[in-house]
Design a protein around this ligand. Structure first.
Ligand code: GLU
Length: 417
């Protein structure tokens, strides 16, 4: 039988495993297998050529037993409702694993922002917010950036929402620019949280992070910051390779991460970075490095390549990069996976800090954000690691056990199940 690659089916299968191990009752299990609500929208947008194009979009509210739904909005040409469903489930587990009082949601629009002008993108962002404004808000569901959405897009969406409701409500969306109520430290929070997890994993495995080599698959926001933060936070040795959707670069001597980020921002690609050789995305994943950061999209580590992965630690900054079968292979091989909804939870954690600061209308210094983020990530890592040792399961299963238990408890207390 060929491997299941539908992300929502994967998310359900992962939950099923956890439900079995936890001995979850059938009702709670069934309630956790499906999103509570979803909204499907059509967004007519006047394009620059005068014609109207209609875009399809979604907002899925998976579970809000622990608090208002929370999760980003993706703008992607290959977006599907099942991907958004899976991502909203993973947001539910993510908020639970770092123990913030929020549920899980996710949004998506099928579009290709790389082919749209600035003003077309603004009209699409405002159009999406007009459609979902009826179900989002500070105490209902709070969106944020994700793949191909930016702080600027959050600012347009905030403005549209506030224009509709005729009041200020900055905490209804996070990942905003600082000038309209964003939090310091939100821009690199996903990567920083992941690097804190790598530090803890290295401790557990007896690896000296200052000597660690690493490679980054996916050189977007999270990947770029991971490249520089590995050096800044952990003093890590060598970035050997990085790739984006157009291709990758490799150097056995190591790549200066700051220079590579500068080059990427100037040229829009990593390809052709001086002093490096080209490498494909596939070959990069199989490099012999201490830490691999899958930081792009879903399903890049599958049964096709799992047995060829040589990294000691796979730090998943992307959502859903590893399939369940590949997970088993990596576990047997001794590759320590820091699962996505733990590894990349730094983003939503600082989003939560942003909501708190918006509620108080009082903003924290950067060092306070870092300190609070470190506490949350370290505690979450240790909770999951302890669970993995207790049940002798890999870190993803352990993360599910921690998260599902917390969400199930809230549902029970509310009398839903
Ligand atoms: N999109 C990010 C994620 O997948 C951040 C979500 C948020 O900040 O709400 O975790």
């Amino acid at each position: 039988m060929s491997e299941q690659l539908n992300p929502f089916k994967i998310a359900q299968a992962q939950l099923d495993e956890a439900a079995k191990l936890l001995g979850l009752d059938a009702g709670t299990h069934a309630a956790l297998r499906e999103p509570l609500r979803e909204l499907h929208v059509s967004i007519p947008v006047k394009m620059d050529n005068g014609q109207v194009k209609v875009f399809k979009g979604f907002r899925v509210q998976y579970n809000d037993a622990r608090g208002p739904c929370k999760g980003g909005i993706r703008f992607h040409p290959e977006e599907t409702v099942d991907t958004v469903r899976a991502l909203s489930a993973w947001m539910t587990w993510k908020c639970a694993v770092v123990d913030i009082p929020l549920g899980g949601g996710k949004g998506g629009v099928i579009c290709n922002p790389k082919e749209m002008s600035h003003s077309e993108l603004e009209r699409l962002s405002r159009g999406y917010m007009r459609q979902v404004s009826r179900i989002v808000g500070i105490d209902k569901d709070c969106p944020a950036p994700d793949v191909y959405t930016t702080p600027q897009i959050m600012a347009w969406m905030l403005d549209e929402f506030e224009t509709i409701y005729q009041r200020h409500e900055p905490g209804m969306i996070t990942g905003k620019p600082i000038a309209v109520g964003g939090s310091l430290g939100r821009n690199d929070a996903t990567a920083r949280g992941g690097v804190y997890c790598v530090r803890e994993a290295a401790k557990a495995l007896g690896i000296d992070p200052s000597k660690a080599t690493y490679a980054i698959q996916g050189f977007g926001n999270a990947g770029q910051y991971a490249a520089t933060l590995m050096k800044e936070v952990l003093g890590s040795g060598n970035l050997l390779a990085a790739s984006d959707s157009r291709g990758g670069v490799y150097s056995e001597k190591g790549i200066n991460p700051h220079d590579l980020v500068k080059y990427k921002l100037e040229t829009g690609k990593v390809e052709g970075f001086p002093g490096t050789k080209p490498i494909s995305n596939e070959d990069l994943l199989e490099l012999n490095v201490d830490v691999l950061f899958p930081s792009a999209l879903e399903n890049v580590i599958t049964t096709k390549n799992a047995d060829k992965i040589k990294a000691k630690i796979s730090a998943e900054l992307a959502n859903g990069p590893t399939t369940p079968d590949a997970d088993e292979t990596l576990y047997k091989k001794g590759c320590f996976v820091i699962p996505d909804f733990l590894c990349n939870a730094g983003g939503v954690t600082v989003s939560y800090f942003e909501m708190v600061q918006n509620a108080y209308n009082h903003f924290w210094e950067l060092d306070e954000v870092y300190k609070k983020l470190d506490l949350k990530m370290t505690k979450a890592f240790n909770d999951v690691h302890a669970m993995s040792k207790k049940h002798k399961v890999h870190m993803r299963k352990a993360a599910y056990l921690v998260a599902v238990q917390r969400v199930a408890e809230a549902m029970k207390l509310r009398g839903w199940v």
